[in-house]
Design a protein around this ligand. Structure first.
Ligand SMILES: Nc1ncnc2c1ncn2[C@@H]1O[C@H](COP(=O)(O)OP(=O)(O)OP(=O)(O)O)[C@@H](O)[C@H]1O
Ligand SMILES: [Mg+2]
Length: 158
């Protein structure tokens, strides 16, 4: 009861758009458009099963921010920082996080509430510390539509 009420208090009106892509290039291009429109302080959460294209979309966002250096998901680092673009870009991949306390150790609040753009792969694993108004991106496969088909739902706070 208590937590349901707290959730309602956090509720933010969202504008939801659904995109369909049929190749990694199309997903990259969608990410690039998101990166071009991103504003200081934006936090993007990215969820989807293994291999759905979270990193491909992230690479597009980085390109849209004007980052030239290659973006990947490093195995043992939760956070990669890119400062050469239009805005600082903070790329989190929390897949291997054991405990949310690890986010405290890296001082996540400086990034979530700073002047750059945050993008968090596997954001569902750290739901309890996410800011109330994130841009929420979900990538899903539908094998009945082919191996390369992805449905990408983008919910922006209004
Ligand atoms: N429509 C599509 N959009 C994105 N990637 C696609 C698409 N079709 C095929 N792919 C392929 O799917 C793979 C997606 O890999 P990627 O590393 O981006 O996934 P991920 O969600 O980040 O995985 P992980 O959870 O392991 O980090 C790539 O090999 C890419 O070429
Ligand atoms: Mg990835």
């Amino acid at each position: 009861m208590q937590s349901a009420r707290r959730q309602r208090e956090r509720a933010v009106r969202m504008s939801v758009k659904v995109w369909e892509t049929h190749s990694a290039d199309e997903t990259f291009a969608l990410g690039r458009e998101i990166g071009r429109r991103a504003q200081a302080g934006d936090v993007y959460t990215l969820v989807g099963d293994l291999g759905t294209g979270k990193t491909v979309l992230t690479q597009g966002v980085a390109a849209g921010l004007g980052i030239g250096e290659p973006v990947s998901s490093p195995t043992f680092t939760i956070l990669q920082i890119y400062e050469e673009g239009r805005l600082p870009f903070y790329h989190f991949d929390v897949y291997r996080i054991g405990d949310v306390a690890e986010m405290d150790e890296i001082g996540y609040e400086d990034y979530f509430y700073g002047g750059g753009v945050c993008l968090i792969e596997w954001a569902n694993l750290i739901g309890e510390i996410l800011p109330p108004a994130c841009h929420e991106i979900k990538i899903e496969k539908d094998l009945s539509r082919g191996c390369d088909y992805r449905r990408i739902t983008v919910a922006d706070p209004m």
